[in-house]
Design a protein around this ligand. Sequence first.
Ligand code: DQA
Length: 137
Amino acid sequence: MKIIIINGPNLNLLGKREPEIYGAKNFEDYFRELQLNFKEIELSYFQSNIEGEIIDKLHEVGFNYDGIILNAAAYTHTSVGIGDAVKGIETPVVEVHISNIHAREAFRQHSYISPNAKGVLFGFGLKGYDLAIQSFL
Ligand code: DQA
């Protein structure tokens, strides 16, 4: 089973960025833990701060992977293009957010991804990625 985690802008700063919201662990360390915990899965990871690169990656994996876990970060709330890409591909997408976006500013409460996601997980910290993988098993 092939699953990819796609992280959007500023998530390369996890561990340093607003740790009171996003925690103190960097994603590379957490990703290694996921690989150890899900040895049976071919797990890959992609991060970009650039909207078009995220769209290109969705096109590249969206017809041959079994699952996509997408945290589009701030683009969640702004990007019609990423929303359309999620709608246009075949691979199911689970949307993840580390924080509880519904307990934060009003602008975080709209997602262009959710209408076409298989499911949405938010507010569980990094554990949300683990839960998203389990949802594909
Ligand atoms: C986020 C929530 C977004 O609103 C924010 O812009 C992020 C991270 C989360 O994982 O909680 O960068 O997607």
